[in-house]
Design a protein around this ligand. Sequence first.
Ligand code: SAH
Ligand code: SF4
Length: 366
Amino acid sequence: MTPDLRAMTIDEAELFAVAQGWPRFRGEQIWRWVHEKRVRSFDEMTNLGAATRARLHEVATIGCLTVAEVQTSRDGTRKLRLVTRDGQSIESVLIPAGDKTTQCISSQVGCAVDCQFCATAKMGLKRNLDAGEIVDQVYLGQRLLAEVDPDRRISNIVYMGMGEPLHNYDNLVTSLRILTHDKGAGLGQRRITVSTSGLVPKLEKLGNETVRPNLAVSLNAPNDQIRDAIMPINRKWNIAKLLGALKAYPLEQRRRITFEYVLLAGVNDSLADAAQLAKLLRTIKCKVNIIPYNPHPEASYARPTPAAVEAFQNECKRLGLSTYLRMPRGDDIDAACGQLANRVNGSPVVPLRIKRTGLPPPPPVE
Ligand code: SAH
Ligand code: SF4
């Protein structure tokens, strides 16, 4: 397989250039075409000589996703179904809020974690996305946004789409380095949030990286008994181990960890659960995003009534826990949290069969 320039950090692109016998700066030049100007073919790199471009065709590719489908929700949320070069479908969601737009991106095709309430879990894990496929979601998202409103930019990125980002650690970190580089998209690391189900050893590793996104952790239960039942990963790294790793996590000043708490009727939504949660998190600098369960056909949980949601949140607040209610966005097009499973109008999308040809990537889809 020829190396993919979309999946390289700027340092790797420089090493790649040197390996071709070119000066180092040529690596930066090519990298900027891909990540700053976002071109999708070598022929658009107009300040490179014809010989260099011809050589690039032979020795490298630019990995491109193609936009297969865009669905728009009545609340303005847009779900993009994107297809990889080997015909896998992934989903990415654009969520406008005021003058800001958050993009929710995928890190894997499917997921291996098997949380009982999550539609992505039911797909199983097909494969990891490479770093180029992760960042191209943002580039295509930005392009789509600009078509609708040229002044609108993606302001925040959340790794909360399909997949468990920490199960795809190296590509996650590479994608973060690419997206935050000031010669590329230049996104501030405070504008990026990585959400995890709590892979303790990888959390410890992430804390030692130079790139520091915000951290969100899907806690979803106030005790091990409930968490074991809804998130099997808890049997490997229980709440004590998870909170231990989070207490040791090097948070930058004025930053807090976000906990996600999917509220499931009759499972984790009682006032006693709220009290236990508040006690559990008392000593951690954090806030809790309460997400009323988004229903989908693969699970039989129910969303609590608005009164039960309010009572749960009030109890948390009364006990000093800072909480935010995350109402579903894009749920009419299966774009809300936990609903991403490559379904269109309820039916699964069959992966396209595309043969690997080693040819340059398919042309961009406008
Ligand atoms: N794998 C990562 C990120 C993707 S899941 C993680 O688990 O953190 C993103 C969020 O969606 C998680 O917080 C998860 O708890 C939540 N979620 C999953 N299924 C849901 C559902 N059916 N309704 C509401 N939230 C859900
Ligand atoms: Fe995977 Fe996150 Fe869904 Fe759990 S909630 S199955 S970790 S995507």
